[in-house]
Design a protein around this ligand. Sequence first.
Ligand SMILES: [Zn+2]
Ligand SMILES: [Zn+2]
Length: 758
Amino acid sequence: MKKKAVNIRVFGVVQGVGFRPFIYRIAKKLSYNGWVKNIGFGVEIHLESKKASDFSDFLETFEEEKPPLALIEELKVEPAANLKLADFTIKKTETGEKFVFISPDISMCDNCRQELHTSTDRRYHYPFINCTDCGPRYTIVKALPYDRPQTTMDEFEMCEDCRKEYSDPLDRRYHAQPIACPVCGPQVILRSTAGKPEISGGIPEAAALIKKGKILGVKGLGGFHLVCSALDHSAVQRLRKIKERKTKPLALMAHSISVIEKYAHITSVERDYLLSARKPIVLLKKKQDIPGIAPHLNEIGFMLPYTPLHELLLEHIDLIVATSSNKKDSPIMKDEQEGIEALCDFILTNNRPIHMRADDSVVKIVEGKPLFLRRARGYVPYPQKVPEHLKTSSQILALGGELKDTVSVYKNGYVVTSQFLGDLDEYQNFIYFEETISHLTRLFDIEPDLVVTDLHPDFHTTRYAQKMGLPHLQVQHHFAHTLAPLLEHGYAGDDKVLGVSLDGFGYGEDKTAWGGEFLLADYSGFNRIGHFKNISLPGGDLAAKQPWRMAAAYLLDCFGSEFPLTPSMKKLDPKKIKGVVEMIRRGLNSPPSSSCGRLFDAVSFLVGLSPLEVEFEAEAPMRLEAASVDGISEFYGFDITVETPNAPRAISFTSMIKSVLEDMDAGLDAGVIAAKFHNTLSRVILHMALHAREIYQVNTLSLTGGVFLNRRLLETSVQLLEQKGFKVLRPLYYSPNDESVSVGQIAYALAAAKNQSL
Ligand SMILES: [Zn+2]
Ligand SMILES: [Zn+2]
């Protein structure tokens, strides 16, 4: 129906992204009077027309031209009183409601890129050019409301020209809080580390040093990268030595898509991700190997320059290693004072402080959809809406697990999850964890009335929560994993789902280490209906570092103490194997576990693909996946045992291990065995899904846990399940690894709060 005036309320990430000036411009262009203002959660627009109108021209232009950083969750149009206003204005923000959505950091936009390369522009070659459509956000905001004095740009006073742009609603930089120019803004500084000859210069000189084989610490958006020439093998090896990483893959930054195409295959979806405003690292299939970058793997991680500074640097050199500046297991460095000097030859820094550190996000594309290995810069702090029936008035803080941790907060129907924080057993990471909690709670004005953690009594997160003096909920690790995709996909069904949660380790309800789990679950609870058969972890934590220990444990379980040795086992000192066998038989430091990660380790070692000792988590499984041959549909047998009618089903891989050894004796290629192994796991998942359908009428599955970062396993499982009519939910914008545990913890806490069980 046609009206003379309407009120439009838009909810989502619409503040600090140039939304109000955008509305101002289209209202002016279409000759509407009225106003626009920020409200809690969003923006309210009042439009008046001289003739009765359905305002469709406004809504269409709005849809077509909305700012690239805006994320619209909801739009409501309501009739309003005609106030006969004479103009369209931007109203000042009223203070009060502080819960607004802050945009993530976003890479340079096309308009800024054009100015950067225009020699007559006043920001020509200025490495900190930005506008309302692009630039730093999450990493420079100190508090809300999002205004310049509340960012790390507060120490730079705007020059006359910048202030004019900042104050003009028709300018692209109207209220662009990080606005800067060569006259008034941050500057780059190139310098040597202590004890080396001084140096002067900027980006071109830095590039020249990289070309000469030097290692540079380069300050970007969320911290320092360590940078060297990707094609200079001795520089790469030196960088590896400094980082204490022999084999862990290093990320590359390339000048352009055409540079990447020399070394990797790119699908159209992968290209979209590489070029997107968020500019994550995208794992791509190798075309031509670059020695020392991703040894033993078939994928390699590339990103494109995302800040003007990176863009200018890559004008001079096509391809660089750009890896987080940290020593093993510490957070990315954000200030020079944190010890960057010890890691590099020269430093390309700048005087714009980083408030919140954030690593680069890492993603791969599986079946056309994202699969995150690490979710950080460019994606944090995007809010996640929760299903309507779970909304509560509580404010909740979830602390996650211990390894690959994140924290999540809940308020007013939305969850915000932090960037990847790392392993909290490292002191520096724990400090980062505390920094992040205070950042998120301040940013979203949250005073939690409930804290959620893992069940593990010894996790730092559990102990931290115990000291908070708040009601404290604890959620089993794999149950939390299962719930995260349910929340993400807005699952609101009454039916239970089958959570298939496969990872390295999580504390079980029976106090053993779980990791190959089949959980019949809804938001309020779960029933463990199946799991991988328990196998001893000889040496406890050492079993995860030395895959041969798991190989021995599986062989002992299959054959008894006189087990046959594969060629890889024969290379070991027989006394070592004997020691492990004794350990298991006497039950010394050999806890039982249903871990799926350790099964991968065992098979990877048996077929000769795993090193004796791994350098990083999942190294042995990643090599097994990388070696797998395409086009194999065969799989091995497995056995299901049921001890008592109500006990969970135990899945035994004894017959599979025996067949693997037979295949090896018959001279079958390790890559074929690896493929058959992956197929077997997918068959196990299908078997359990059909069982759950038959007994519990389950038709929806949640596939989670770090093991599902395995492309081959995920693709094959989803295909098999969908052929049988199952609906499969898997994480899209959260990693299936432990980064999503805090998300699942929130989901459970919401249900618990609803059920009044608190
Ligand atoms: Zn821009
Ligand atoms: Zn200026």
